[in-house]
Design a protein around this ligand. Structure first.
Ligand code: EPZ
Length: 419
């Protein structure tokens, strides 16, 4: 397994280009199942998770081609409705093929995605939503079996929690249902809007994406289209925090500042100077990093996927910070590794972290546990005195394209140690 070695203390300077968003590309590629034809997706990041969903689609019988950052799917030849455990266990977002398979074929058998390091990650809302659309759901042998003889029928669905992939799965299921579907308390993330735009380009009739109420008027069929993946707002936020942490001066290009309101607001509160333009953000770190409190919330609140990165920044802030993780039940694993680097963090009640700023961190061997925790350790290593070696970086390769090259391009002393 590869490792990443970082010698800390460098200020990040220069420009960095943001890649397409993993969490937009995955539902977009899954939506190609709905089309008896060819769909093309531009600006797809080259990541492990994209390879995983490609393997899954090809196992179902689709033909895929991934050239540069363009991903093309011919879903005409899909002749299998079963997403197998061996493929789903590699990436739990594979659950996103469930809705499209039931919508187009009236049947689907998808392995339960199971939990991950950050939480149990149940899919009950995905399943109850499909039942509301007329599907019969059974769970046996670790598999979800969904059937809808005669197809799905539109209905009103209320989410107890604004679930991102739940909203995406049911939006895709509803596009071919008979009649109207209304999703209430829907997730509002930009990735939802990107998916709705793509489905509408394929001939769907969706309004309200990005608001808590999404209305889908069922249509008889979809056709292929050319769609573009939005820039990755979490990658953008990760580089912003890294620039602030290293008192850097960085221009982040090909991003959408409007997708980062909560993050920009919080970074300015720490003292960083953040200038946002149409498709770029200029950020300058301040010598004194002020302590701030954050609470993670559904979009447009502060994103849970930025919590670990912010915790790394707060380890060297002036004073104490309180971090409240309200979305996932176990998303402080990175704190244990930051403690090994000399941070002062106390976890109370499972979802509150009290971070007391220290003068500096020390480099140490640490271990990545999940995608965003690995980004947190990179930021900590960039500011630490001495050398840090991060193991299990496959977690990072799932969601960050050429991460060490991008940081190297900003002046970081970083290299990958291939096993
Ligand atoms: C998406 O996960 C993202 N993944 C996650 O990013 C992100 O952290 C999360 O949304 C929250 O923003 C993708 O888009 C592929 P949820 P998702 O359903 O959809 C509970 C990353 O780092 N819930 O919005 O799985 C759930 O347990 C990943 O890129 C149910 O209880 O998250 C959680 O507490 C990590 N029942 C809350 O809702 C359900 O049926 C929000 O989860 C579904 C969710």
């Amino acid at each position: 397994m590869d490792k990443i070695q970082i010698n800390g203390g460098r200020q990040l300077k220069g420009e960095v280009l943001i890649s397409g968003a993993k969490n937009a590309a995955l539902p977009l590629i899954a939506s190609s199942i709905l089309v008896d034809g060819v769909s093309t997706f531009e600006n797809v990041p080259r990541l492990m998770d994209i390879s995983s969903i490609q393997m899954l689609l090809e196992d179902l019988g689709a033909l895929c081609e991934f050239k540069g950052h363009t991903f093309t799917v011919n879903a005409s030849g899909i002749d299998k409705i079963e997403a197998e455990y061996e493929l789903v266990r590699k990436m739990r977002a594979s659950i996103l093929v469930l809705g499209p398979l039931v919508a187009r074929f009236g049947r689907a058998k998808v392995s339960m995605p199971g939990g991950c390091a950050i939480g149990a990650r149940p899919v009950n809302m995905h399943l109850s939503g499909l039942e509301a659309l007329g599907a019969t759901i059974s769970i046996a042998g670790g598999y979800i079996e969904a059937t809808a003889k005669g197809g799905l029928t539109g209905n009103e669905i209320y989410f107890d929690i604004p679930t991102v992939t739940g909203t995406e799965n049911l939006m895709m299921a509803a596009v071919l249902a008979k009649g109207q579907t209304k999703l209430r308390n829907a997730a509002r993330e930009p990735e939802i809007v990107c998916l709705a735009d793509a489905l509408n380009r394929m001939g769907a009739n969706i309004t309200g994406a990005g608001t808590p109420i999404i209305i889908i008027e069922g249509v008889s069929r979809l056709h292929g289209a050319n769609c573009r993946v939005i820039p990755d707002r979490i990658e953008t936020g990760t580089f912003m925090v890294a620039a602030a942490a290293t008192m850097g001066d960085v221009l982040i290009r090909d991003c959408i500042p409007d997708h980062l309101g909560g993050v920009i607001n919080k970074l300015r509160a720490t003292g960083a100077i953040v200038d946002a333009f149409e498709d770029r953000i200029h950020i300058k770190g301040s010598e004194i990093i002020k302590n701030i409190d954050i609470k993670t919330l559904p979009y447009p609140g502060f994103p849970t996927d930025m919590q670990a990165q912010f915790m790394a920044l707060m380890t060297i802030a002036q004073g104490n910070s309180v971090i409240h993780e309200s979305i996932f039940e176990n998303r402080f694993i990175h704190a244990n590794e930051l403690l090994r680097m000399g941070a002062d963090i106390k976890i109370s009640g499972g979802n509150i972290a009290n971070v007391r700023g220290v003068s500096h961190l020390q480099g140490a061997p640490v271990m990545a546990s999940d995608l965003r925790a690995s980004a947190s350790l990179v930021i900590a290593a960039l500011i630490a005195q001495g050398t840090t070696v991060i193991s299990r970086v496959y977690h990072m390769d799932r969601g960050y394209e050429s991460i060490e090259k991008k940081f190297e391009g900003l002046g970081a002393d970083i290299k990958r140690i291939s096993s």
